[in-house]
Design a binder for this molecule. Structure first.
Ligand code: NAG
Ligand code: NAG
Length: 291
C-alpha cells in the first residue's frame, strides 16, 4: 500500500514537473518572440533631459509646419510645377527635413501641425512614424501639436497626441501632468482644458553655469483645434478660454517659481477668429495673455 501511494506521488510529481516545464517553455518562447506590429516589443527611447541651453548660451529650435504627410512615395506634392509633379512626393518632404536637421543641428524640433494629411492616408500611425522619422532618427528631442488635418484618417485627436507622446525622442504631452513639485501653485484640472496637446516644456540654463538648475525658458504648446461650425458656417477651431486660463496659470506659476526674467515661445498651428479664418495670433496679443 505504502509503495503504491509513493509511486502515485512520484507520478503526480512527474506530471507537475512536465506541466511546469511546458508552461515555462511556452512562456519563454512567447515572451522572446512577442511582436507588436512587425517589430519586437521595446520601450520608447527618451532623449537626455532636461532640455538645456548650450555652453555658448544658445538654444536652436527647428520649427517644421505643414508636412501634410500621406503615405510616402504614392502621395504626390501639391503646389509644384506641372513638370515637377511626377518627381515629387512625401519622400521629398522627408529628405528636406533630414537635410535641415543635418545642416542646422538644432537642439530641439517643434512640429506645428498638419504633420500628416488625413485624407491621403489610410493608416495614421504609419504616417506619423514616417512623418516624424527624420526627428526620431536624429535622436534630437522633438515635440508636436496638431493642425486641422491630422485627425482626418484613422485616429482621433486624443489618440494622435497619445501616440505622438510615445514616439522615440518625443517630449510631446497630451495635456499637462499633474505631478508638479509641491511648492507649485495648483494646476487647473487636466480634463477642463479644451483640446489635446497643451503643455509646457522647460529649458534649463547651460551645464555647469549658475543657471544649470533653473528653467530659464518655457516652450508653451497649444492645440488650436480642428474645424468647427459657428452659426451654421464652417470655420477653423481656435484656442479656447480654458486653454488661455491654463496658460495664464502655468505662466504665473513659472514666475512664482522662478522670479527672473523668463523667455518663452508659444507653438500652435493656427488661431482663427470665427468667420474670419485661420490667422496667426499677434505676438503682442499672446504676450498680453501671458502677463
Ligand atoms: C524630389 O526628389 C527627386 C529625387 O531626388 C528629385 O528628382 C526631384 O527634383 C524632387 N522634387 C522637387 C520638387 O524637389
Ligand atoms: C545644481 O545641482 C547640482 C546637483 O544637485 C549641484 O551639484 C550644483 O552645485 C547645482 N548648481 C547650481 C549652480 O546651483
Amino acid at each position: 500500500m505504502e509503495s503504491l501511494a509513493a509511486s502515485k506521488w512520484t507520478n503526480s510529481l512527474l506530471y507537475l514537473t512536465l506541466i511546469l516545464s511546458t508552461v515555462f517553455l511556452l512562456h519563454s518562447q512567447i515572451a522572446t518572440n512577442l511582436l507588436v506590429g512587425h517589430h519586437p516589443l521595446r520601450l520608447k527611447r527618451s532623449p537626455d533631459l532636461p532640455l538645456r541651453f548650450r555652453d555658448d548660451g544658445t538654444f536652436k529650435i527647428l520649427q517644421v509646419a505643414d508636412m501634410h504627410f500621406g503615405t510616402g512615395m504614392v502621395t504626390r506634392c501639391r503646389d509644384v510645377l506641372p513638370s515637377e509633379f511626377d518627381y515629387c512626393s512625401d519622400l521629398n518632404t522627408t529628405r528636406f527635413v533630414r537635410r535641415m536637421i543635418e545642416l542646422e543641428k538644432p537642439d530641439f524640433i517643434a512640429f506645428t501641425g498638419d504633420n500628416i494629411f488625413g485624407s491621403s492616408t489610410t493608416d495614421a500611425a504609419e504616417s506619423l512614424l514616417r512623418a516624424f522619422g527624420p526627428a526620431m532618427d536624429s535622436e534630437i528631442p522633438w515635440a508636436a501639436v496638431l493642425g486641422n488635418h491630422d485627425q482626418e484618417s484613422t485616429m482621433t485627436r486624443e489618440e494622435l497626441m497619445s501616440f505622438i507622446s510615445l514616439m522615440d525622442y518625443s517630449v510631446s504631452q497630451v495635456n499637462p501632468w499633474a505631478d508638479v513639485p509641491a511648492n507649485y501653485v495648483e494646476l487647473p484640472k487636466r480634463r477642463k482644458i479644451d483640446g489635446f496637446g497643451n503643455y509646457d516644456l522647460q529649458v534649463y540654463g547651460p551645464p555647469g553655469s549658475v543657471l544649470a538648475n533653473d528653467s530659464v525658458m518655457h516652450l508653451y504648446f497649444l492645440d488650436s483645434g480642428d474645424r468647427e461650425v459657428v452659426q451654421g458656417r464652417r470655420t477653423y477651431g481656435w484656442i479656447k478660454e480654458s486653454q488661455l486660463h491654463w496658460l495664464r496659470g502655468v505662466s504665473k506659476r513659472n514666475k512664482v517659481y522662478n522670479n527672473m526674467g523668463l523667455f518663452f515661445f508659444c507653438f500652435y498651428h493656427c488661431s482663427s477668429i470665427p468667420k474670419v479664418g485661420c490667422l496667426d495670433l499677434d505676438s503682442i496679443n499672446m504676450l498680453q495673455v501671458i502677463t
